[in-house]
Write a protein that binds this ligand. Structure first.
Ligand code: MCN
Length: 779
């Protein structure tokens, strides 16, 4: 049988999805099902004086209306799962429905349950809410001002926490030959998966079983949280994540809507469905980034970086979301030195509550922000000392891996310099600089941007999870069941939702057992089928759940070998196993296939003495450390000096994601990440009015990247197996979003260098770019 590991085989899961046979949350239709709609606050900050639901209740088809007061004693607030220690964190939990006060525009204040979706939506307009408007605060820096409105009486200055890590001796900056600092803005963005959020809840009053189908990246964390919030034991609560049209981090958070829908299903004893519309998605699904980062770098005149310190003021929104505190602290702070050997580093993050939608993880979660600040400040440093940014990188890139950075992170494997060299060669850097020089002489603005990033992913060791205040473990569970026919079901505690593990995990097992990929099915996203798991995010599925899978598969092969040896009446050591066949060394005609052994193990007619029947393997794998994919991305842009419109001409990426299971899927992951990373650099931005109204609440106002905006990405890979898991794999899911924003902004700043432009805030819209050129021309 042909080897399948490392082969670009097509995704097994796609035919179903592209022929309309997927089953998404909205496809679930149950007898007697009712429909929920949420009444959302039109104000960002206001006291709720009264809510009158009489008219809505009288609307034809309406079955029930719930307000905050109706549910407050029945559902606990939804707690954040990441309570970062040592920073005096004051968590403000999301309340199921607002009771006395709303804290952001879009917060749910009531829920209508009706016989049809239309009746539910129509009845929303009949609910009368009397508000007393309060002054709102939207921007985190404004929220820190003395005169700022206070959102919570017990949160002075709106500061949720102040977190610090690392240290830089004062004399390093005081004595440095060169110091550069820059205020950088990671604007607020909104993940927009094709499928919005949704939930269907079904309650069995006889057994007390509650099933919630919902759009989640981590069903077991949802089960844990909702069991607590609803007072339903985990044994009676089943969470199912059906097919999902993407998550990108926005479906990590545990939200309140699912909980109120479940409560309604329990009380009304009928199934209830809620599907978020796109406008609600913009308003109520977590937003991301929104960090103002001031980075300072100390270095020598000849390009050696001595220290970096970053201060991050993060907008948490109105409540502390599931991972809201961890993203701008641990995820960001530990990675501020990037791929460079920088002896000293210090990070400080201030988390601030504002009257905006809560922020949480979005593809990369803290790492794109960390990478952005170091990649930008390095370019500004290069500019200041008059050195090519590539040369500065060469002087400071980590020379030898394994390497421990100034924050204590252990970079696991790879050749950072070799990877950069490959990217430079691919794009032909020297020729490109020459082309740029010639172009400038003709008034053309070409810019070259580079990003040599590294990111922490493959979350991660549970001990570390405990130490950093993560409210759960980060191990993973894979179970492999070999059926009597030799076909195989794999159960994973991770919950992939578009990434392709239905294929790559089948490749791992196919390679181990020597059976066809088609014979292997992956089951994920169901808390009844899978004992426990921690979900899919932080590019952890392959390094952690895949690591567990490889070990479980080996355990099965070990047992199968004992059975084969027993049947062939030879010692185990006398057997070879290759391509799904156990054969006696020197007598290859004496053999048993894996399929035959599957049948033997299951019929148990003739097993070695004392052996248990069946062929099933399980592994709960807690990785010894994180994994650190890295790479070098170089891009070329051309700016039209008359309009500020820019064209992305080339984008070269060379990534090291460890051993690759499926190069086609990995390339797709890089490309998807690049689209989102470039989207942030050039187009995407969530904009609020000063009163807290979301101005970019539709696709007319929020620009999503489109395929036609991009050139053909030129992606390649180097593979340095990670020692952290048996597969040697590092995560790939977030590489593009981590690398691209700084590569693009560096390129545009390079193009605008003749006008003395040093920095512009993302997104680099034509207007912003044109104004910078215009101002530069004026001198
Ligand atoms: N892979 C591989 N070889 C490697 C590493 C990964 O073949 N060395 C394959 C994997 O087996 C898997 C894919 O690449 O098929 C991504 O794997 P991995 O890097 O482990 O990431 P996760 O599966 O844990 O996915 C999470 C990551 C994150 S954090 C976000 S956000 C994200 C993303 O992946 N959201 C996505 N990619 C997405 N892709 C889709 N289609 N939809 C989303 O919501």
């Amino acid at each position: 049988m042909a080897k399948v590991l490392g082969k670009p085989i097509k995704r097994k899961e796609d035919p179903k999805l592209i022929t309309g046979h997927g089953q998404f949350t909205d496809d679930i239709k149950l007898p007697g099902m009712l429909f929920a709609a949420m009444k959302r606050s039109g104000m960002a900050h206001a006291k709720i004086k009264t809510i009158n639901t009489d008219q809505a209740l009288n609307h034809p088809g309406v079955v029930a209306v719930y307000t905050g007061k109706d549910v407050q004693d029945k559902i606990k607030p939804i707690r954040s799962i990441w309570l970062v220690p040592g920073c005096d964190l004051i968590p403000k939990d999301r309340v199921p429905l607002a009771v006395d006060k709303v804290n952001y525009a879009g917060e749910a204040v009531a829920m209508v349950i009706a016989e049809s979706r239309y009746a539910a939506r129509d009845a929303l307009d009949l609910i009368e809410v009397e508000y007393e408007e309060l002054p709102a605060v939207v921007h985190q820096e404004a929220a820190l001002e003395e005169s700022a409105p206070i959102i919570y009486e017990d949160v002075p200055q709106n500061i949720a926490f102040t977190w610090k890590a690392g240290e830089v001796p004062e004399e390093v900056f005081a004595n440095a030959e060169v110091v550069v600092n820059q205020r950088l803005v990671e604007q607020r963005v909104i993940a927009n998966p094709m499928e919005t959020r949704g939930a269907v809840a079904q309650y069995n009053p006889g057994s007390g079983d509650l099933t919630i189908w919902c759009t989640t990246q981590n069903p077991h964390i949802h089960r844990m949280t909702y069991a607590d919030a609803l007072g339903v034991p985990e044994t009676k609560l089943r969470i199912i994540a059906p097919d999902m049209g993407g998550g990108f981090g926005a479906k990590i958070a545990v939200y309140t809507e699912e909980a109120v829908v479940a409560l309604a299903a329990m009380e009304l004893k009928q199934p209830v469905k809620w599907i978020e519309d796109r406008q609600e998605h913009f308003l109520a699904t977590s937003h991301a980034r929104d960090q103002v980062i001031t980075t300072e770098l100390a270095g020598t005149k000849d390009g050696k970086i001595l220290a970096v310190r970053a201060k991050n003021i993060t907008n948490l929104g109105a409540y502390l979301s599931t991972m809201g505190a961890g993203v701008p602290t641990i995820d960001f702070g530990l990675m501020i030195t990037g791929a460079y050997d920088i002896p000293h580093a210090a990070a400080e993050t201030i988390g601030v509550y504002t009257n905006t939608t809560p922020t949480d993880a979005y593809r990369g979660a803290g790492k794109p922000e960390a990478s952005f600040q170091i990649e930008r400040i390095i370019n500004l440093y290069a500019d200041k000392i008059g050195m090519d940014p590539i040369e500065v990188r060469k002087k400071n890139l980590v020379a030898k891996v394994p390497y421990t950075n100034a924050m204590g992170c252990n970079y696991d494997s790879g050749d950072y310099h070799g990877t950069l060299a490959k990217a430079l060669e691919t794009i032909d850097y020297a020729a490109l600089r020459k082309e740029q020089e010639d172009a400038r002489k003709n008034g053309r603005l070409l810019g070259i941007g580079i990003s040599t990033y590294v990111e922490l992913c493959g979350l991660g060791p549970s001990k570390v999870a405990g130490a950093i205040g993560f409210g759960g473990g980060l191990w993973e569970n894979s179970t492999i069941r070999v059926h009597p026919s030799g076909k195989v079901t794999v159960f994973t505690g991770a919950s992939p939702h578009g990434q392709g593990e239905g294929t790559t995990f089948a490749q791992v097992v196919a390679e181990k057992f020597g059976i066809p990929v088609e014979d292997i099915e992956l089951v994920s996203g169901d808390t009844l089928m899978i004992s426990m798991g921690w979900g899919t995010y932080g590019s952890r599925t392959t390094p952690v759940a895949g690591g567990a899978l490889a070990i479980a598969a080996d355990r099965i092969v070990e047992k199968a070998k004992l059975i084969a040896a027993h049947e062939l009446e030879v010692a185990v050591d006398d057997l070879d196993f290759s391509d799904g066949v156990f054969s006696v060394k020197g007598q290859p005609e004496k053999q048993r296939t894996f399929k035959e052994i599957a049948w033997s193990a299951n019929n148990a007619w003739n097993l070695p003495d004392g052996m248990e029947p069946a062929l099933e393997g399980q592994c709960f794998f807690d990785p010894p450390d994180f994994v650190y994919p890295f790479g070098a991305h170089i891009c070329v842009v051309e700016v039209d000096p008359d309009t500020g419109v820019l064209e992305l001409k080339r984008y070269v990426s060379v990534d090291d994601v460890g051993r690759i299971i499926n190069p086609m899927i990995v390339e797709g992951q890089v490309h998807g990440g690049l689209a989102q990373g470039i989207g942030q650099a050039l187009w995407e931005q969530s904009v609020y009015s000063d009163k807290g109204q979301l101005l970019s609440g539709t696709f007319m106002d929020y620009t999503m990247p489109k395929a036609k905006f991009f050139p053909e990405f030129e992606s390649s890979f180097v593979e340095s197996p990670s020692p952290v898991n048996q597969l040697g794999a590092k995560g790939v899911g977030e590489t593009g979003t981590t690398a691209a924003p700084s590569a693009i902004v560096n390129a545009v700043m390079d193009a605008l260098a003749p006008f003395g432009v040093k920095d512009l805030e993302m997104p680099l819209t034509p207007e912003k770019v044109w104004r910078a050129i215009h101002d530069g021309r004026k001198g």
